[in-house]
Design a protein around this ligand. Structure first.
Ligand code: AQP
Length: 333
């Protein structure tokens, strides 16, 4: 069955292995299936929910587009654009925010995590971030949304909002209720320094993540310094529940090679972490370094990246512009 795919990545710098294994690697597989219509968005309106420096934001938008292309998304097959160029996203977000009850948003755990202890100082934008995400997805009648496990709750909210809009306005199936595409295994890559924290762009320690722009030497060094424990690698999956850092490294190895954790455990069970670390560094650098080299090349070609983004925005505008017009008509504007 052909799928309509929509997903986004924030241009907040430091795109990392978690973004790659949780989302972008999936985007590439979907792009390569000729039956799918894919739209991949650099979600710059989401990025400003926390403070961004002007020049850096501009560079990060180009770098995110470069990362998509360097990872294997073909801009002649998939639409690549940045969100702020298509007005319908913000307009749709306002309309949907008038439909969604506060109680639904109050349950969102990512706001609680990102706002931290000082909720009063977090932006209103950060609070209503999931509604903008719903607008992004629903404007394109997306059937499937590939995301990492951390976005599952936001996607459930998108589904609820679509159903409520359709019911409130008696327009069954007008907003398509999308399905999440979340990899079953290793859909949440954890920090290399703390198996309880997800690998994140905003972690102050660069050693906590593998950036997609890291050199081979940087990758080897970060894996060498990754936190482990003093026991040998277990043979059984159950033993990993108490050993989160070991589970994360074994998960990364399995995910990057597209193999089951069982197979990885058979390979490394009973061995020392130094064996796993040297193999993992090897595999990661062979997969990530070519992407990193290509990102660096593409970033030097700003005209090309700007052209891809502008062409993508024109195509996205046609789809989202039509949907928002219909939405406004349904509302009575
Ligand atoms: N650690 C992760 N493991 C698996 N998937 C992940 N994703 C992010 N981190 C992990 C997935 O990557 C996609 C794009 O994420 P995003 O850029 O929109 O923002 P995010 O989820 O807020 O990413 P970060 O790194 O955690 O950013 P900061 O530090 O700014 O909060 C999404 O599909 C996400 O699931």
């Amino acid at each position: 069955m052909s799928k309509k795919i929509f997903s986004g990545v924030q241009p907040t710098g430091n795109l990392h292995l978690g973004n790659y294994l949780g989302a972008i690697k999936n985007f590439v597989d979907l792009n390569n299936d000729n039956q799918n219509e894919c739209i991949f968005c650099v979600v710059d309106l989401h990025a400003i929910t926390v403070k961004q420096e002007q020049d850096q934001l501009t560079n990060n938008i180009r770098e995110t587009a470069a990362t998509f292309i360097a990872s294997g998304i073909d801009p002649s097959k998939s639409i690549i654009f940045n969100q702020s160029k298509v007005h319908a996203h913000a307009e749709g977000s306002w309309i949907l925010s008038c439909m969604a009850p506060m109680g639904w948003l109050n349950r969102m755990t990512q706001f609680k995590e990102k706002a931290g202890k000082d909720k009063e100082k977090a932006s209103v934008g950060l609070y209503i971030y999931p509604i903008l995400m719903a607008s992004d997805i629903l404007l394109y009648d997306a059937t499937h949304v590939p995301v990492g496990e951390d976005q599952k709750q936001h996607l459930e909210l998108t589904r609820d909002i679509a159903q409520k809009f359709n019911k409130d306005f008696g327009c069954e199936d007008f907003l398509r209720v999308p399905e999440p595409l979340i990899k079953k295994n290793f859909s949440r890559i954890m920090s290399l320094k703390d198996g309880l924290k997800k690998m994140s762009k905003s972690d102050p320690s660069d050693l906590s993540r593998i950036n997609l722009t890291d050199t081979k030497d940087e990758i080897i060094n970060k894996i060498k310094k990754a936190k482990t424990d003093s026991l040998p690698i277990p043979n059984e999956y159950q033993e990993l529940n108490e050993r989160l850092e070991a589970k994360n490294l074994l998960g990364i190895y399995s995910s990057i090679l597209d193999q089951t954790l069982d197979k990885t455990l058979k390979e490394f069970g009973g061995k020392n972490f130094s064996d796993l670390k040297s193999q993992l560094a090897e595999v990661l650098s062979s997969k990530i370094s070519p992407i990193s080299d290509e990102i660096k090349k593409l970033i030097d070609d700003q005209n090309y990246l700007d052209k891809v983004l502008a062409e993508g925005a024109n195509k996205a505008e046609v789809i989202a512009g039509k949907k928002i017009k219909e939405m406004k008509k349904i509302i009575g504007f």
